[in-house]
Design a protein around this ligand. Sequence first.
Ligand code: ADP
Ligand code: ZN
Length: 754
Amino acid sequence: MSENGSLLALLKEHFGFDSFLPLQEEIIADSLAGRDVFALLPTGGGKSLCFQLPALARPGLTVVVSPLIALMKDQVDALRAAGVQAAFLNSSLDAREMQARGQALNSGEYRILYVAPERVMMPGFLDALLRWNVSLIAVDEAHCVSEWGHDFRPEYRQLASLREQMPQVPLMALTATATERVRSDIVRYLKLRDPACHVGSFNRPNLTYRVVPKQGPYSQVLDFVRARPNESGIVYCHSRRGAESLAERLSDDGVKALPYHAGLTPLERTRNQETFARDDVPVICATIAFGMGINKPNVRFVLHYDLPRSVENYYQETGRAGRDGLPSECLLLFSNSDAVKYLRFLDEITDPHEREVTRKKLDEMVWCAESAGCRRRELLAYFGEEYANENCGACDNCLFPRKTFDGTALAEKFLGALLGIKQKSGFSVGAGHVAEVLLGSTNEKITRWRHDQLSEHGSGKERNRKQWAELGRELVRQGILRRDEERFNVLEVTDEGRAVLAGRGQVMLPEAVEATAKATRVRLECDETLFERLRALRKRLADERDVPAYVVFSDVALRQMAREYPSNEREFSRISGVGATKLREFSALFLREIAEHLGSNERLQFTASRPAEGMRSEPRSGRGRLGDSPASTLRQFRAGRSPEEIARERGFVLGTIMSHLVLAAEAGEDIDLTRFLTSEQGTEIEEAFRTAGWQNIVGARERIGGRYSYELLRIYRATRLAKTATVATQSLPAGAAARSRAVLRAAAVVPLFP
Ligand code: ADP
Ligand code: ZN
């Protein structure tokens, strides 16, 4: 068997997966070739597998350095459930247990050993390592080595002694966060030798982003959480007290929630985190203290009750949603007054440089939150990554583009007042003061500076103070105003602004966003009743074994079971996440549960079952399960690879890959069309089909001058049809599906091209 073939076989046997996630294979190959590796993959990118698989591919022991004791146990439990001999050593073990593990290590019983960094410096440990035939040392959360990271752990610096002690053993450093500076610290402090660097995309395609104005935040949270029963989520709060009282109020209102913050005792913290990890409470209300330790893969939403301190924080915190790759939601309740509140604390920072950095980060966060552009693109841009698609299809601004209106007159008023003030007083002011002038206020400053004598005084009563301040920020965004470099709040009119005042420019302003917190839900379809049943079974099995639920099976696996209704071992073994050990241990129980369910419930079809009238396509062949090869293409496509890349990697021509996607779309799989088409192109194709008839693909193609391939048109048609049918079967009367977009939106199903 080729090297790659044997890796794939191991991947299926132990982990139950059919293909690698992006870069996993490359990282593993470099490591097996004996190179040092630096791997920077986003949360959910599948870092653990990068060292777990090589550990199984060759003899010897893989030592994993991991900073969190709580996580080690879960990881080891998960490996054992997958039939891998693994153990951890840390301070939670008593002397007898330590000795037993030491002996097992001496006789080579384990493939993987997790240790805390401080263990490495304990007397005798390095000598023991020499006896254990170590083949790889993996340093997880490697950014902890750097003071520039967000989680500096001095013990990490001592890990270099591993390299000195065992210069021949390759190292692998993994992290999800690393700026250039942190990256070079990792290489330097861990003494990596000419490492192969693998940096993955930071895009999290399964996350949807949404920002809504914070208005009555408690009921916004309550509504949101209540609309998602049985789903796990994190609500991030600014203060300990905030987290504490939110958890209490939610519990009083019947939503089980626990707090997590640095003010709790370590014991309380561990207990709350564990209760959450084990799905015993769905919601945790946390401060930023709740972070790195969360490897719960099925966090379905992250809600920001208060403004994050920086875009980086926002990315990291939202990143804790959807590690398992299933659709998950991120919702930020935005209020500029949160920012103003934090700004007041800035004075407490004594170091002027640090103060400036903190302020700048906050400003960027506000900027991002108020932006009308694609949130995904802006987040990625923040990390220096370019997002190529026009429309991500999964953020509020892409799904529901903000309407704009001609705000030239409003802008002129604001600019006029600002310039009037400057002329009169010789200095400029901030948006707050401009607003006071426009509103005709007679506060102390206004009278002292005689700004009540300006012609603009009292001329802007059609908007309130908050709206004028918002307008000020929008004008900064558009380059019509700029902030004074030294006095941050003070505004100056730019040349562009002067052009507007001179009547040589139009200013378009975005309309206000509604404050409803009910984000669009996108999720993999499955038989929800069966899914709940399987979840209950999983919970029981997990509790019996005293492990978190995901150690038994991930949500991905359960949802796939609740879609495909496997009825025998062979079918069960095809489920993602079912390896040899889990097949042996769990298949009978789950198969029985599925069979019992089908005994009293109908089997649901997850394909377009009732296409709307006038849209019926050619009879479809091969509905239902996809063949292995198209399924593998689909997985890679969903993992973010382009058809071109997939073709190259799999050694196929592009047409084959496209035809796989056609098969997938026609089998009812969801294909993200925005990766192929802009919304204009989508509209063009839509029109062509409407006139030529949905069954007439040749005619439709002629109408658009043959500009798109048949494959693409077929993918479009199948996707369009499936979506409409989903709406029709879910909540609309038959035939209504083809109606307006407003209807689609009301049904909370993502329209193809909103
Ligand atoms: P990270 O540490 O990078 O955040 P994890 O190692 O926790 O990521 O993996 C995230 C999720 O992806 C886990 O649920 C894991 O089981 C799953 N996963 C890892 N590799 C694969 C793969 N090749 N195919 C499918 N799922 C995978
Ligand atoms: Zn977007």
